[in-house]
Design a protein around this ligand. Structure first.
Ligand code: 5GP
Ligand code: SF4
Ligand code: MG
Length: 459
């Protein structure tokens, strides 16, 4: 997964991008990048592995610009290189193209082979680069027409922010898989994955970029095209469940409200009558646990404390190391837990590794009973549309029955939200959402070679 940001026509564009990317940091911590376009049109690409840190901020402060395109990239196994950091910057007939992409193009491998057959040379292994090449091939007059042409035949998930010459472009795939919102600051267009990035720069939320829309803003004003065949909406429900920040609105709905509603419904579907208190696994399930507490009448406690200063470099391949990883990130508050029957609410279980470590920690802190409640259904399949879930073999719920999972995690009871419950709880549900990783109902044909199809930006 990734976070994307763009602004045009603001004298402080670089600084705004820096702030916006801070707010989108949760969407990706593998690398961060900004293309700053100076008043004379000269672009500068600044990329760095990791997050928007001190060094990157200092580098950006020396590069003022009037347009900026920014990106935070999510961690994927194996392909963590600076070449794969975005934005992609390339020179074309129409001027420099800087592209930031959130999503995954499912037919990227085929499109790439097609281009390579025609002699194209790629500088990264990202699916996103395919779009840049296809734009460069287009002879259409306007930048938005070139983008529309480039995206014909591109299947999968894409929210894009692109600068071409003096034009800032945005696009969302026809199914609207990933969020993208348009804001306004002193008359300037600001684009971001989530509204929290508009809040931080003081931009007013104007509207979502619509599924299938190609949007352009430049000296000639603002224009929108809807060049694609209409498709049913397939907004990623996992954005509401786990990915987006609770202070954001995505797909036109509040993430906080969605999670509270998920938590309330979870308490109805899977009550824990013998429990004395409820707590979250911070931070991703805080809002859902609040909803659970509200509905069940149980007190909401802070039983797990998360260390926010743990870097991403703490990698231990051994089992002892994995337990240590949980301990480095979380600790239990014995005074809250000891002797109690507790409800632990989390948003999802993927491999089960973290959860197992947390349950053991809660038991070591003296919990009498542990009732685990999950505000989404079992994850039974990988995501091909932008979230880096592992292969099926590693998904605990793809290979075990519910009692087996409960046993393996060491909990007294386990309750997962039903698919209908989840879809009924999110704003504007139950229709218009992708839920493939939970239901197996994939909106695109099943990928032939998942590894190949996921060679891309993996975001
Ligand atoms: P597990 O027990 O499966 O190892 O980890 C479950 C935890 O991972 C949950 O707290 C959930 O919030 C979190 N989680 C769910 N999806 C993702 C993801 O795509 N990336 C990361 N880093 N964590 C995730
Ligand atoms: Fe979201 Fe799951 Fe669909 Fe991927 S498969 S887009 S994570 S709902
Ligand atoms: Mg979590």
């Amino acid at each position: 997964m990734c976070g994307i940001f763009g602004v045009r026509g603001h004298p402080d564009a670089t600084h705004l991008a820096q702030l916006g990317l801070y707010s989108l940091q949760h969407r990706g911590q593998e690398s961060v990048g900004v293309v700053v376009v100076e008043a004379d049109g000269t672009p500068h690409l600044l990329r760095s592995m990791g997050t928007m840190d001190e060094e990157m901020s200092v580098r950006l402060s020396k590069r003022p610009g009037k347009m900026a395109v920014g990106h935070t990239r999510y961690s994927t196994a194996g392909s963590s290189t600076i070449e794969n950091a975005q934005p992609v910057l390339a020179r074309s007939r129409g001027g420099y193209i800087a592209l930031a992409h959130n999503g995954n193009i499912v037919n990227a491998a085929e499109l790439r082979m097609e281009l390579e057959d025609k002699g194209a040379i790629f500088s990264s292994t990202m699916d996103s680069e395919v779009i840049v090449h296809r734009m460069a091939h287009s002879t259409a007059a306007r930048p938005e027409e070139r983008l529309a042409e480039a995206l014909q035949g591109v299947d999968g998930a894409y929210s894009l922010v692109i600068s071409v010459g003096d034009t800032l472009l945005a696009a969302r795939d026809p199914r609207g898989w990933r969020p993208l919102v348009l804001g306004r600051l002193n008359g300037c267009a600001v684009l971001a994955s989530e509204t929290c990035a508009l809040d931080i720069v003081g931009a007013k939320v104007e509207r979502e970029i619509a599924p299938g829309e190609v949007f352009a803003v430049d000296a000639d004003g603002e224009r929108s095209l809807f060049p694609f065949e209409r498709k049913d909406r397939k907004q990623c429900v996992f954005e509401y469940v786990y990915f987006a920040r609770p202070d954001s609105r995505v797909f036109g709905g509040s993430v906080d409200r969605a999670r509270r509603s998920l938590g309330r419904r979870l308490a109805v579907e899977h009550p824990a009558p013998s429990a004395e208190l409820v707590f979250s696994v911070p931070d991703s399930s805080n809002s859902a646990a609040l909803g659970f507490a509200e509905q069940s009448g149980l007190p909401y406690e802070l039983a797990l404390i998360r260390n926010h200063y743990v870097g991403r470099t703490f990698i231990q391949p051994t089992q002892a190391g994995r337990d240590a990883k949980v301990k480095v990130k979380y600790n239990a508050v014995r005074e809250v837990i000891e002797g109690k029957s507790v409800v632990m609410v989390d948003d999802s279980i993927v491999r089960g590794t973290t959860t197992r470590g947390l349950v053991a920690m809660v038991r070591n802190a003296g919990a009498r009973e542990v009732h685990l409640r999950i505000s989404s259904p079992p994850v039974t399949g990988p995501c091909y549309y932008g979230i880096d879930t592992p292969n099926r073999e590693e998904l605990i719920a793809a290979n075990n029955t519910l009692p087996e999972i409960a046993k393996s995690l060491g909990v007294d009871t386990l309750g997962y939200m039903s698919l209908e419950g989840m879809l009924g709880a999110v704003p504007d549900g139950p229709h218009g959402f992708c839920h493939a990783c939970f239901s197996g109902d994939y909106p695109t044909p099943p990928p032939i070679d998942p590894d190949k199809l996921r060679f891309g930006c993996g975001c």
